[in-house]
Design a protein. Structure first.
Ligand code: SF4
Length: 214
């Protein structure tokens, strides 16, 4: 005898930073999602206790970040974001997407744009880091309904900032979200990235698709 079930599928719990990692490596984004799901799930539940699932986070107080750059080189206690990111207020929110709940907290949010800050060791890595930063902030622009997005990437070795401002591209975000949904559901095989990305990957030991795996 067959038993039909009417149980609804269990929701996925994601955060935007993990989704954007799919442009670094499909497989590492999936590993990261699995590892972080308990933490993300409890963070989502906390936000969902608040009306409208929305927590306002004010602008950082104290000295404006950019005014302390020269002194900061001697101060190992300030991280790149505190030293170099633009100082906007932001929000932490939970959004529904299909059968998923998505935790979203851009590094900044104004009435017109969403903002994301990244840093990397040196200019060599920008070609890999930029698509991730761009997708992450594009998803924020999409979810928060902002018409523009801006991202900064701080290069530690060169002590330079790479910046871009662009329109929110809803079609691009929807295409990438669909891809992420297929990856997570097993409807798409993870594609290996360039081998150099595996050299510093936390998941190398358990990975079966790395070009570095013998
Ligand atoms: S080892 Fe390479 S292919 Fe595997 S998850 Fe890490 S970056 Fe991706």
């Amino acid at each position: 005898m067959r038993h039909e079930t009417t149980a609804r599928p269990r929701p996925f719990f994601w955060n935007v930073a993990t989704i954007a990692k799919l442009l670094w490596c499909h497989q590492s984004a999936i590993f990261k999602m699995r590892k972080e799901t308990p933490t993300i799930k409890s963070a989502i539940k906390e936000v969902m206790k608040v009306p409208n699932w929305r927590v306002s986070i004010p602008r950082r107080t104290g000295r404006p970040a950019r005014s302390v750059r020269s002194a900061d080189h001697f101060d190992g206690t300030l991280d790149d974001e505190e030293r170099h990111a633009r100082n906007y207020p932001t929000e932490r929110r939970v959004f529904k997407w299909r059968n998923s709940l998505i935790l979203a907290q851009p590094d900044g949010l104004t009435s017109r744009l969403a903002y994301e800050f990244k840093s990397c060791a040196k200019e060599f890595w920008v070609k890999f880091e930029k698509p991730v930063a761009r997708l992450q902030v594009q998803i924020y622009g999409y979810l928060f309904g902002r018409p523009k997005v801006r991202y900064d990437i701080w290069l530690r070795e060169e002590q330079e900032m790479i910046s871009a401002t662009e329109k929110t591209d809803r079609a691009y975000v929807e295409e990438q979200m669909e891809k992420w949904g297929r990856l997570v559901a097993g409807g798409m095989r993870p594609w290996p990235p360039k081998a150099i990305k595996c050299s510093s990957c936390d998941f190398l030991a358990e990975c079966r698709i790395s070009p570095s795996t013998p």
